[in-house]
Each structure stands twice: as structure tokens, then as C-alpha cells.
Design a protein. Sequence first.
Length: 96
Amino acid sequence: MVVHMVMFKFLDKNKQQNILETKNKLESLKKYIDTIVDLEAGIDINRGSRAFDMSLIVTFKTEDNLKQYAAHPKHLEVLEFIHSVTKESVVVDYIK
């Protein structure tokens, strides 16, 4: 299994609304991209100085499936929105 993890920090403008909209958009990808084994989007409750606002964990069977997800038009559409409402993100992909 391949795990794709991303954490996001959002811009202050309309922050809570954008976090909720991003969560909904990410979760909707499950119905469009059949290579997703599991997808979880979580909103931070810590709110500490080191905390990010949201995390995403997506699991795939293979690295090729991750590449297909990355290039999928629905993912790219969501990614465009995310880039417009976030100021920072970090990512790690690993084999489980």
C-alpha cells in the first residue's frame, strides 16, 4: 500500500469556510477516482503554533495508482481551489 499525506495551512480570509469546503471537495474525490482505497480529511483541533489547519491521508494499492490520482482531472480541479485558499502545505508519500 502507498500512503499520501498532506497538511495544509489556510489563508486567514474566509478561513473556516474554506477549510470546510476543502474537506468536502477532498472527500468527494472518492466517488470520482477509483484508485483510492481510503481517503480521510481531518480538521485540526489543536490550533497550536506548530499545527496545520487540515490533514489529508489517501491510501492507494500502488505507486502508479498515486500517479493516476495526481493527474486525474477531478483532483487537479480540487488542487486548483486548494492553492487559492492555502498559504502552505507539506507532503509525504510512503510505502506501508
